[in-house]
Ligand binder design. Structure first.
Ligand code: AMP
Length: 563
């Protein structure tokens, strides 16, 4: 018989309740170590916050209104209760917990397999009412604690207080294996459940990088300025232009070519113009690259290229007007050989042997040493040159580093424009005034704080009229609560916000507010799990406070995100 879901919930609660890493690991290890195979796979995937494995392309697509309806039905509470609870928690999982409260479940207690079966059915059935029925039958049997996590998974909130690295460590510990081996198997199989099972049975070494199973992309850490680069690691540096487009991982084997997005979704059909050139490169490979458009050798600003991004099938007209180019900057596999553990400098040597022809390009990459001129001066020169080419800034990489899938470390650094920006998620929207009457144009947005979201600002949309109209439709469809002028929306829209200063303020629940916030652009390519954190906000506020003290002339008070 499948293990009780309630035991998983108690473990998750206990893990959330402590900030001590060792304690979290001990709790997880003890729990995972005693599970049967099938339950182990399910439990591990759920701790990662997802209904299915990472490589699985199925989605639940349960609408928020269905979720809200079922929760109200299950709890017997009212719309007003839900809205009050949401304002307290800003987290649908916590709302579910509070609403269900001690109202008793009905039917057999849930086992892990029951929970998984209901997710499988939710993904399989079509139409809101069929999905609602599946949800209703699982929620009926759920306690408040169980309802909390089922809701979190459905809402796509992967924030259950557990980093995947920690989960890997706990699995290693539960079965006395090497943690790097667990991490590697997880990354290569795209399934933490499979990695847990392999840890249990001692087959962690078997998986290899396989074609058409995309792996997490290596991420970069932002640095404040060029001087910081030199503090992170010693030269030589590989210095790339930082292209402002969308990330893509390209797999080719035989006569099949596929492109995957940063969220590991297959996006091949969106860029049909890249197919032939990719197919023309002989043999098999996996590339890491950025997609963007060029006009007479200059990068087209992302805001223009973006017009074609949301679309699944790009019309011929748009394609001829803004044909996509693929700028390749790394290679992860060649002719059956995984290159993940090969140092960057050597990978780039292999990349250079590929016949790359338009619309494919090699990224501008050069090696910088401190032999000829001071490093910061050389970086400064490269930064200015990259900006002159229409690019965003620089990526500075360690030539000795392996490719670390899905990890943000100090081996890749990104240096962007001087203006401060944050990636945040929209939590609420308001109807505009005047010219913006009839559209939802004022956005409240939040950053991550552990497993919660904290509002940090509110801004009038700086998007185009067309984008605002499209976003209005999106927000109408994803409203959790309609409060008249204000609508609380599903936190799934990632935006990049620019601002001049960040200061402490009681206006938002983060304890901070921005001066002159403006929305720079939508970031549909960026998952909510990767937005900026409250720690970053604190750090910015601290450095800005220092700069502000120097800058007596700055106006104060005006231009804040006052409602
Ligand atoms: P950001 O999106 O600001 O977090 O910056 C990281 C992103 O820059 C990566 O995910 C890539 O999509 C993009 N990028 C552009 N040029 C490069 C490059 N030369 N090397 C690595 N990433 C790049």
């Amino acid at each position: 018989m499948s293990d009780r879901f309630s035991a998983w919930v108690s473990t998750a609660d206990a893990v959330r309740a402590t900030t001590k890493k060792l304690e979290k690991m001990a709790l997880l290890g003890a729990y995972l170590g005693r599970l049967e195979d099938a339950d182990l796979v399910i439990a591990a995937r759920l701790f990662a916050g997802a209904p299915f494995s990472r490589k699985d392309e199925r989605v639940l697509s349960v609408g928020w209104s269905a979720l809200a309806d079922v929760l109200l039905e299950r709890s017997g509470k009212s719309d007003a209760d839900m809205s009050a609870s949401y304002q307290r928690h800003a987290d649908l999982g916590d709302v579910a917990f509070e609403l269900v409260g001690d109202s008793p479940p009905d039917g057999e207690p849930l086992g892990l397999v029951d929970v998984e079966t209901s997710f499988t059915e939710m993904a399989a059935v079509r139409g809101t009412s069929a999905k609602r029925d599946v949800l209703r039958s699982v929620m009926r049997r759920a306690t408040a604690g169980e309802a909390r996590y089922i809701t979190k998974v459905i809402a796509g909130e992967t924030r259950i207080g557990l980093r995947e690295g920690l989960l890997e460590d706990a699995i290693a510990r539960a079965f006395a294996r090497d943690r790097a081996a667990v991490a590697r198997a997880n990354m290569l199989t795209g399934d933490i459940g499979d990695a847990a099972l392999r840890a249990k049975h001692g087959s962690l070494e078997e998986p290899t990088l396989t074609h058409f199973a995309p792996i997490g992309m290596m991420l970069a850490t932002p640095v404040l300025d060029l001087a910081e680069v030199a503090r992170r690691f010693p030269p030589p540096y590989v210095v790339d232009d930082k292209y402002d487009g969308v990330r893509a991982q390209v797999h080719k084997a035989g006569d099949r070519v596929e492109l995957y997005s940063r969220t590991l979704d297959r996006v091949t059909k969106r860029y049909p113009e890249l197919h032939d050139a990719l197919l023309a490169i002989p043999g098999s490979y996996v590339l890491d690259a950025e997609i963007l458009a060029f006009e007479s050798d200059r990068a087209v600003p992302f805001t223009r290229f973006q017009t074609r991004l949301g679309r699944k099938d790009v019309s011929g007209e748009l394609r001829t007007r803004l044909p996509a180019s693929l700028v390749v900057f790394d290679i992860l596999e060649r002719e059956g050989r995984s290159l993940l553990d090969v140092p960057l400098a050597e990978r780039l040597g292999i990349l250079r042997t590929l016949p790359i022809a338009p619309p494919l390009r090699l990224a501008l990459q050069r090696e910088l040493n401190d032999r000829d001129e001071p490093l910061v001066a050389a970086l400064e020169r490269e930064f200015v040159a990259a900006r002159d080419r229409g690019n965003e800034g620089l990526m500075v990489k360690d030539p000795r580093s392996p490719y670390r899938p899905g990890r943000r470390g100090m081996e890749w650094l990104k240096v962007k424009r001087a203006l401060r920006t944050l990636d945040a998620v929209v939590t609420a929207v308001e109807w505009g005034h005047g010219k913006r009457k009839g559209v939802l144009s004022d956005y409240t947005f939040a950053v991550r704080d552990g497993d919660r979201l904290r509002n940090v600002g509110k801004a009038y949309s700086g998007l185009t009229d067309k984008e605002i109209a499209e976003m209005t439709e999106h927000f109408l469809a994803t409203t959790i609560k309609d409060l008249g002028r204000l609508r609380i929306v599903r936190p799934d829209t990632v935006i990049e916000v620019a601002f001049d200063q960040m200061q402490e303020s009681a206006r938002h629940d983060s304890g901070y507010a921005m001066r002159f916030p403006r929305i720079v652009r939508l970031r549909p390519d960026k998952p909510v799990s990767e937005i900026d954190t409250l720690d970053t906000v604190r750090e910015i506020a601290r450095t800005v406070a220092g700069e502000h003290a120097k800058d007596q002339g700055a106006p104060s008070g005006e231009g804040e995100d006052v409602p």
